[in-house]
Ligand binder design. Sequence first.
Ligand code: PMP
Length: 286
Amino acid sequence: MSRIVHLNGDWLPETEAKVSVFDRGFLMADGVYEVTSVLDGKLIDFEGHCRRLDRSLQELGMGNPHSDAEWLALHREVVARNEVVEGMVYLQVTRGNPGDRDFVYPPAETPQTVVLFTQSKPGLADNPVARVGWRVISVPDLRWARRDIKTVQLLYPSMAKMAAKAAGVDDSWFVEDGAVTEGTSNNAYIVKNGRIITRQLGNDVLHGITRASVLRFAREAQMEVEERPFTIAEAQGADEAFITSATAFVMPVIEVDGARVGSGTPGPVSARLREIYIDEMRKAAQ
Ligand code: PMP
């Protein structure tokens, strides 16, 4: 089925939505994005994604082309027009088309490019992979130093995903100065003696919206949370490991660089957090 996408105020069949070759998103990766999951035709953790979008735009000196209410209406409309029950909404805002290529930003009044599209993913919540878990390898973190801004410059994460694929595993974890920063498109965690350990927030990781919710639910369930860096060796000696992201929710990790984590099967803490997260998100979905 051909999708209807949103482009700068218009609703168009995907084949008719065109962006200029001079768009700074295309030429300079000068744009930010968000991915919001859809369950039961409703948006998950939407406010968090709106907050982070606003922050990413601000950090890059870009205005926000829409109010939260307008973003919500656009998200709902793209979901409805494409009859998405389970899946996600992708949103991208670029600095627009200055009409030429130049390192200097165009004047602030240059219209930004705004795109929304959907991807249907039946089985997002009841994902059989979550019962098996992911295997990951480690790769050096060679990304730029402002990973807290959700930009569309995703080449190195793509390379790391390809390295994982070539190694026959599911994902890569980035390592910097001997410690894990995060996964290619997710935040990374280990569990040791009932304690959930994940890197603290800073410019070196994306401030995951799923991370914020999952840590809140963990604390509410009286689980201990420690925000600090951890090493690959620690992960290999942990009882459990997992990742979080808007589309994977909570996904157990059962192997790190060829070494089994814990029993080598998804652990109880990851399973519980996944269940709590999905239940709570369904209740709060908009
Ligand atoms: N880190 C990186 C590098 C990511 O790309 C993502 C997903 N966009 C995440 C973490 C997880 O963030 P969220 O939970 O908001 O999807």
